[in-house]
Design a protein around this ligand. Structure first.
Ligand code: NAG
Ligand code: NAG
Ligand code: NAG
Ligand code: NAG
Ligand code: NAG
Ligand code: NAG
Ligand code: NAG
Length: 829
């Protein structure tokens, strides 16, 4: 089938599925019932603003190919309503287009409206203006808040209804969510919290959407809301209401990353284990959080300190490539689970203990049976006899047996290929080797350091309150008059600033005196900045530039956590002589000159273009704007900007923000405790991490739709000082692929849309090592496996075969494993 056939048949399919008539979505304790069909649902999160609209069809097609039934997303209030009653549903905020793209692929959608999202998204999705409405109190019984929440939730529901997207209207949305993980934080809100969650339920119910509402992490929610679980494992979870099916709305496929953090890895073996275990123990709906993580463009990342990449180690990587073997290993699991859906949702269930921590679960209907064999030991493999057949069940793994006989899947036996992604220079022929830069300074001296601002008040104001999220940058400025006989003129005076975290640059009498930022932005963010200063008689000027990196998004009353500089700000002469400046007259200025004047906007640059100068390009100069032009890399592969050499700042391509960058932030060496990664045992976000001692984030996604033919413009605002001469544009593609699996498996090697150019290694028996460094063992078969595969695979985009002794010869040991490493052909233009 060619691509048009596929597209055409999926259109027909979706037409039949969704356009014909309304679907009746209900549930029992075991299944989601759609028009009388008892279903288990495999779903994956894809957040529409974390990619671009042109990327959506490909992402969703890959989700469908990966065996998902549904795509889940939050709705991001602060992105849609950036100012009170001013809405934005354009570009990658086009929620309806996203939902229709899901529908066009014939998948269901799960709409988590919230509108609180958490999601490592700025301020958990709440608009900061909401926090600044007088009398408001967020996520509790408060009329101002509830009115706004209802207004936005209703707006979204009405938009969706108008397009007839709820299943009850013939659309594809089978579930919707109100609030989000409130149960985790409800306690501190006391009785008002309880009233609030009851109100949420009533409010949602009154919107009459015709499909069930869910509330995640909310034990025994008010009826008719259904509770669901979030976490790395939800196998032990049981809904309080026996009629509620067991639903897992967030199965964390990996983890997010903070500035200073290492690269997360949740192995395919462990992730599939958690899913298989969930269904072994009666699961009905599970959702991968994330299936595609994507990118925090602009200033959308939360935290504080969440990186611009939100890759999440998800089955689809940040750029939309298959993250192999995870994607393929899960696809196989999904296919097997779908094939036993009938017994899972209808069968009688019983468990049989086989040995210590080894258990069989049998789903039995009159006609059919399916079994799970689980080994929850973290170290001990199991050889078990079940129904007269011997099975090898490795430690921390689950086998699924069709008809309780044939092992169709084991979570620890990965046969999907591993793909190693590489970054390549794919320059147009006439493109020079290095980029030619122009630059201009950010004029901080002439404006802010002089104390000129927009607003003055006699107190220290939180950055959210003062800047209303219009910018990351906020100046706090004050002056102090020192009398000639002030004792502070003698001796050392320390300026002491209490900061709620994020970044602080301090200036005294026009001179820079130092900067500070918290080391771990994710927790533990506050710090005290101290520098000695020399006061002069007369007027002295203190100018503090506070820079935030996303507002907090999680925790009880997270919305009230301070941002920016907090009281007190003091001059300290000695322990006993402290002058508190907190109630001085403070002048505030929001933003930076270059950002306010849109230096990054290439359309209206002409007026100020003369201000960009070419020689000499300064290096390690803070508060500096850089600009260059470049041609889009050849081909259609995802593009990244390699920003190694830069400090911290923001980047724009053709006026589109790539997000905040901070390649000079090196991931802590101590975070990588062990060199090897053992999939066995419970996962946590500190397990299996890598890339310690390297930049937290060196590469920044430039979606193809940001680029145009001919000349493109990159603008950088460099806050810390760096060297732009290393900056490069590269493409991300598969470099090599590997297989390392046992006899009997059907395997496939694929370079996706490029030919396999070479088989670098191939051996059958007990080859050693891992992908990239395989080695033969003395027990391997004598047959020239490499030549066989060369004949079958080289020159083709993919090749499939079954691993058998007939094909690859007889190894002289019990282990019969095939290891292959193949190289994907370089594109030549
Ligand atoms: C929807 O399905 C449920 C059972 O699954 C049934 O009780 C109900 O009558 C159905 N509703 C409609 C409108 O068909
Ligand atoms: C939201 O509030 C505005 C008034 O600020 C009102 O005009 C509008 O109808 C409300 N929208 C909904 C969906 O309730
Ligand atoms: C500073 O110290 C000098 C000598 O130590 C003294 O003469 C002067 O009065 C002091 N000035 C103030 C303002 O304390
Ligand atoms: C500094 O600010 C933090 C956070 O806002 C606050 O908890 C702390 O009490 C402040 N320190 C002092 C000395 O007031
Ligand atoms: C919090 O900060 C202290 C020092 O300020 C440090 O020892 C501790 O490890 C930090 N905790 C976390 C969780 O980062
Ligand atoms: C900016 O760079 C200058 C020159 O290297 C240096 O003196 C100053 O301390 C830096 N300021 C900041 C805010 O980093
Ligand atoms: C349900 C569940 O597993 N929740 C977990 C989510 O993750 C946090 C942080 O890792 C845990 O504390 C929760 O128990």
């Amino acid at each position: 089938m060619n691509i048009f056939n596929i597209l055409f048949s999926s259109l027909i399919f979706s037409f039949i599925l969704f356009h014909s008539n309304a679907l009746n979505v209900t549930h029992d304790s075991r299944s989601i019932i759609i028009d009388g069909n008892h279903r288990i649902i495999l779903s994956g999160s894809i957040h529409y603003p974390r990619s671009t609209a042109p990327m959506w069809p490909d992402l969703i097609r890959k989700a469908k190919e990966g065996g998902l039934d549904a795509v889940e997303t939050y709705v991001f209030w602060n992105a849609h309503e950036p100012a009170h009653r001013q809405y934005d549903f354009s570009g990658n905020l086009d929620l309806i287009r996203f939902l229709k793209t899901i529908q066009d692929q014939g998948l269901y959608a799960i709409l988590r409206i919230g509108p609180y999202t958490c999601a490592e998204w700025n301020y958990g999705g709440f608009p900061v203006w909401l926090h600044n409405i007088p009398g408001v109190s967020l996520r509790t019984k408060n009329d101002v808040f509830m009115n706004e929440m209802k207004n936005f939730t209703t707006l979204i529901v009405d938009m969706v209804k108008k397009e007839k997207l709820f299943a009850s209207q013939g659309g594809n949305i089978i579930l919707a969510q109100v609030e989000n993980e409130y149960g985790n934080v409800m306690e501190p809100y006391g009785d008002d919290g309880k009233s609030y969650i009851n109100w949420c339920a009533q409010m949602a119910d009154s919107l009459d959407i015709g499909v069930p509402w869910i509330m995640c992490q909310q034990a025994a929610p008010p009826k008719p809301m259904l509770e669901t679980c979030n976490g790395w494992y939800c196998d032990e979870y049981k809904p309080k209401d026996p009629n509620t099916p067991k639903m897992w709305t967030e199965n964390w496929t990996g983890w997010f990353k903070s500035w200073g953090g290492a690269d997360p890895l949740r192995t395919a073996e462990d992730l599939s284990y958690s899913v298989a275990r969930f269904f072994q123990k009666g699961g009905t709906l599970q959702n991968y959080y994330m299936y595609h993580g994507g990118t925090n463009f602009g200033r959308t990342s939360g935290g504080p300190y969440i990186t611009t990449t939100y890759d999440y180690n998800a089955p689809l990587d940040e750029y939309g490539n298959l993250n192999q073997p995870k994607w393929g290993h899960l696809k196989q699991l999904h296919d097997v689970l779908h094939s036993i859906e009938y017994t899972l949702t209808n069968g009688d269930v019983r468990n049989e203990k086989l040995s210590n921590l080894v258990m069989a679960t049998i789903y039995q209907t009159k006609e059919k049976s399916s079994c799970f064999l689980s080994n929850t030991n973290t170290k001990t493999d199991a050889n078990v006899n079940f129904g007269g057949i011997n099975y090898f069940v490795p430690a921390w793994s689950i086998s699924i047996l069709l008809d309780c006989r044939e092992e169709a899947y084991n979570t620890a036996k990965v046969s999907a290929q591993t793909s190693s992604m590489v970054k390549k220079l794919n320059k147009a022929e006439d493109e020079p080797r290095s980029l030619k830069w122009t630059w201009r300074p950010e004029l901080i001296e002439s404006t802010s350091i002089q104390g000129r601002g927009d607003v003055s008040v006699n107190k220290i104001v939180d950055q959210k309150d003062m800047a209303n999220d219009a910018s990351d940058y906020l100046w706090y400025m004050t002056s102090i008059d020192v009398a000639k006989d002030d004792p502070m003129l003698n001796g050392t005076v320390t300026l002491r600033v209490n900061d709620s975290g994020h970044v602080l640059h301090a200036f005294f009498n026009g001179e820079y005196i130092g900067s500070q930022w918290s080391k771990y932005g994710d927790s533990n963010v506050t710090y005290v900045f101290e520098r000695n200063i020399k006061l002069s008689p007369g007027k002295n000027l203190i100018s503090l530039l506070s820079v935030t990196l996303g507002f907090k998004n999680y925790g009880p009353m997270f919305d009230l956590v301070g941002a920016g500089i907090t009281s007190p700000i003091e001059l300290v002469l000695s322990k006993n002589v402290i002058k508190d400046l907190s109630s001085n007259k403070w002048t505030y200025k929001v933003g930076l000159n270059g950002i306010s004047n849109k230096f990054f906007n290439t359309n209206c640059a002409s007026k100020s273009s003369s201000k960009w100068v070419s020689d000499p390009i300064p290096v390690d100069r803070n508060f500096t704007w850089y600009k260059t032009t470049f041609k889009a890399p050849l081909g259609n592969k995802p593009v990244v900007a390699d920003l190694l050499g830069l400090g911290k700042g923001m980047a724009w391509v053709n006026g589109h923000s790539l997000g905040r960058y901070w390649p000079s932030y090196i991931a802590d060496k101590n975070l990588c405790k062990t060199e090897t990664c053992d999939y066995r045992g419970r996962y946590s976000d500190s397990k299996c991490v890598s890339k310690c001692g390297e930049p937290t984030q060196r590469w920044y996604h430039v979606p193809r739709s940001f680029l145009k033919d001919g000349e493109n413009t990159l603008v950088l605002f460099e806050e810390f000082g760096g060297n732009p001469s290393y900056v490069q544009f590269q493409t991300v593609e598969i470099g090599s692929i590997c297989i390392n699996t046992h006899e009997g498996k059907e395997v496939k090697l694929s370079c996706q849309d490029r030919p396999i150019s070479k088989i670098k290694f191939a051996s059958f028996g007990s080859p050693q090592g891992v992908c990239g460094s395989f080695d033969k063992s003395e027990y391997d078969s004598e047959v020239d496996v490499l030549s066989i595969l060369e004949k079958e695979c080289v020159g083709k985009e993919s090749c499939s075969f079954k691993i058998t002794e007939d094909k690859f010869g007889k190894p002289s040991c019990e282990i019969k494993k095939l290891a292959v490493e193949a190289i994907c052909k370089d594109f030549t233009f």
